[in-house]
Design a protein around this ligand. Structure first.
Ligand code: PMP
Length: 351
């Protein structure tokens, strides 16, 4: 606490990201991709003219937006890009959710959303999950400042179908429904095609997970022109150049390589299913996952102790010390070799 801080800053409870360890660990704690980005990314890094960095980037990131528009079958005017989807989310909260009514979100979802609520003074209405740890779409009332959830949800990993999302959007028409699709490429169904029929739908995505570019910081939103314009108004009141020219060129190169993208996500999905099966054989309860992680609990063992035991064996997973998630570990899907090491360590710990 400092006398120099603004009063609102004293009240903040910042988001705590997963640890980035200095030592070499098998790192299964922040849902990064175990495979390298597309080879074209390496080419951009080698060939990008340093002299280009003398100039400011295109404030509208037109080339990257056009590449995303091609990828998703929308107009470039329906695409917004930012410095990681966290930044896009932060701008969206300010653009759409600052009203006198509470913002509705699942009680268990991406833990950054409540942080943004506090930052902007937005009241939050937390909706319980259903009895299978799924986001309860029927719980959203429409009498709110808006709705937000991750689909697939984090850290519970379940994803709703496009039809289910469509039914929600038939019901909620007078405020923004924001669907965070950070993990959708690992088996979920994207809501982007619904953007054409629902001017209040905003879908966010990221290059951090399925495109193996977490270190680059590139995220995006797709929605109606009026929503994108709202985001641009906030962005241009905050930072005109959130996406640098190198990041933009790398993002375009990553989007161009569909074969690499499909191969990597396919491998993650196969490894996830294999890992889930082996975890179940060890007595773990594994929530069904459409993401690049699994959320697990074990009726016979103290999860916090398993977390420590894994760490001692050089394996880092995520344990959320909250009431709802205390009994769970979230395990990111790594390579087959990394998951073999995890299973081997757990076999030792769960004896
Ligand atoms: N949404 C969800 C659900 C996430 O888990 C994450 C990663 N922590 C993000 C958004 C942010 O991803 P990034 O800022 O790397 O695009």
């Amino acid at each position: 606490m400092s006398q120099f801080w603004s009063p609102a800053v004293r009240e903040l409870t910042p988001y705590v990201p997963g640890e980035q360890p200095r030592e070499r660990l098998i790192k299964l704690n922040t849902n990064e991709n175990p495979y390298p980005p597309a080879p074209g990314v390496e080419t951009v890094l080698r060939e990008f003219p340093a002299d280009h960095l003398r100039l400011y980037p295109d404030p509208e990131s037109n080339a990257l937006r056009q590449a995303l528009a091609r990828e998703y079958g929308v107009e470039a005017s329906q695409v917004f890009v930012g410095n990681g989807s966290d930044e896009v989310l932060a701008l969206a909260f300010q653009a759409f959710f600052c009203h006198d009514r509470p913002l509705e979100m699942p009680a268990i979802t991406y833990s950054f959303y409540p942080v943004y609520c506090r930052l902007y003074g937005i009241e939050r209405r937390a909706l319980p999950l259903d009895d299978q740890w799924r986001v309860d779409l029927d719980a959203f009332t429409g009498n709110s400042a808006g709705a937000i959830f991750a689909n697939p949800n984090a850290p519970t990993a379940h994803g709703h179908s496009r039809d289910a999302i469509s039914a929600l959007l038939e019901r909620i028409t007078d405020h923004v429904v924001l669907i965070d699709e950070a993990y959708v490429d690992f088996g979920g169904e994207s809501a982007v095609p619904l953007v054409a029929h629902h001017p209040n739908l905003l879908v966010t995505g990221t290059f951090s997970k399925s495109r193996s570019l977490a270190g680059l910081r590139l995220g995006y939103a797709i929605g109606s022109r009026e929503l994108i314009e709202g985001l641009e108004r906030v962005k241009d009141s905050f930072n005109s150049y959130p996406v640098d020219s190198l990041a933009s060129a790398i993002g375009i190169a990553a989007l161009e390589d569909r074969e690499h993208f499909d191969a990597c996500r396919g491998k993650v999905i196969t490894t996830r299913e294999r890992t889930a099966k082996r975890l179940k054989e060890l007595g773990f309860e594994v929530l069904p996952s459409q993401a690049n992680f699994v959320l697990v609990q074990h009726p016979g063992f103290d999860i916090a102790q398993l977390f420590v035991g894994l760490r001692e064996r050089g394996i880092l997973v995520r344990h959320f010390n909250t009431e709802a998630l205390r009994d769970f570990l979230r395990i990111s899907i790594g390579t087959d070799d990394e998951m073999d090491s995890l299973i081997e360590a757990l076999e030792g710990l769960c004896r």
